[in-house]
Design a protein around this ligand. Structure first.
Ligand code: ZN
Length: 329
């Protein structure tokens, strides 16, 4: 299946080979790494020699930075300094910008922003959970949105861990859980539109994204991740879900459901926030890059999103299920 997916992706021109970066390809970096590893590491770079001069701070050893990773980090900054003294631009390393570690965290700004996103989801989850006491036709939807909020909270936990410490496993979990959140919103849109029209059709429509999600997670688990391809999968389902939600909320707004402005605003602001990812610049103060800015900009959005969800449930609960299925035309 993976082969089929990659072939389709290649045919569509959405898969490009991962290129190595200027920084890790430079002679300065390669020589530094070779020398430093030879002088300090044992056990295939996993452990420090007892006489190693590399001293790790408490946080770095707590987050289990291996000797090889410590060497990579130090050689990276040594290479950056040499590039700057030769008046060359900051290079990337293994496809990523250099970040300064804070408390052992690899990308501290993105990690902190992920915590804020988690907090916003957790805060609204508590409000949503209080609604599960309400009995009525909208009860299954309260449960669905509670599960959705848990999926989001889980994704932000893994995003925090991944930005603190990038390993194969944390990268896999971050990418898989981020997709679960994007596809969750897409699935929610399908349920919201079709559920009361035709349950069999809804389940049939849900099988496609669920099957694709399982396939993509298997692909991510292979460890050979093409970042461009993964990003395009997220953008595809993100855009599709957003378009459906835009249609839903616009239709609600024009039928006089005034609270739908929140969903309209959420969808448009999410798109605007995502556009920050298109910028690609060396981190400001060696910490703040476009990815961190994107995570910071999405942090307040759950407040808008879940208020729409809560208003939608309340309104429908008060009007009955016939109003649930708003007119599509
Ligand atoms: Zn991230």
């Amino acid at each position: 299946m993976k082969l089929v997916l990659i072939t389709i992706a290649l045919a569509c021109g959405i898969l490009t080979p991962v290129s190595s970066s200027v920084g890790d390809n430079s002679r300065i970096y390669m020589d530094c790494l070779k020398k430093m590893e030879w002088e300090n590491c044992i056990n295939y770079g996993q452990l420090f020699k007892p006489e190693s001069e590399l001293q790790q701070d408490f946080w770095s050893s707590l987050l289990r930075w291996s000797c090889k990773e410590e060497c990579r980090y130090r050689c990276m900054w040594m290479t950056v300094a040499r590039f700057h003294s030769a008046e060359r631009e900051t290079p990337k390393f293994h496809g990523r910008w250099p970040f300064i570690r804070i408390l052992g965290m690899q990308e501290p700004a993105s990690a902190f922003a992920s915590v804020l996103n988690f907090a916003a989801n957790a805060y609204m989850f508590r409000k949503l959970r209080r609604m599960s006491a309400l009995k009525g036709p909208a009860t299954p939807f309260v449960k669905f949105w509670c599960v959705f909020a848990m999926v989001c909270m889980n994704a932000w936990v893994w995003s925090t861990i991944f930005h603190m410490r990038d390993t194969y496993f944390t990268e896999f979990m971050d990418y898989a859980c981020a997709l679960s959140m994007v596809m969750g919103l897409f699935v929610a849109a399908i349920i919201r539109v079709f559920y009361l029209r035709s349950k069999p059709l809804t389940f049939l429509l849900l099988l496609v994204p669920l099957f694709y999600f399982a396939t993509h997670v298997r692909y991510l688990h292979s460890g050979v991740i093409n970042y461009d391809y993964n990003m395009k999968v997220n953008v595809f389902f993100g855009v599709l879900g957003s378009l459906i939600w835009l249609g839903v909320s616009w239709s609600q707004w024009s039928q006089g459901w005034r609270y739908a402005w929140r969903m309209l605003a959420f969808t448009l602001l999410s798109g605007l926030a995502l556009s920050l990812e298109l910028f690609d610049f060396p981190p400001k103060m060696d910490v703040l890059d476009a990815h961190a800015l994107w995570h910071f900009s999405t942090a307040p959005l759950p407040l808008l999103f879940y208020r729409y969800v809560i208003d939608d449930i309340r309104y429908l609960g008060s009007r009955g299920m016939d109003k649930f299925a708003f007119k599509l035309t």
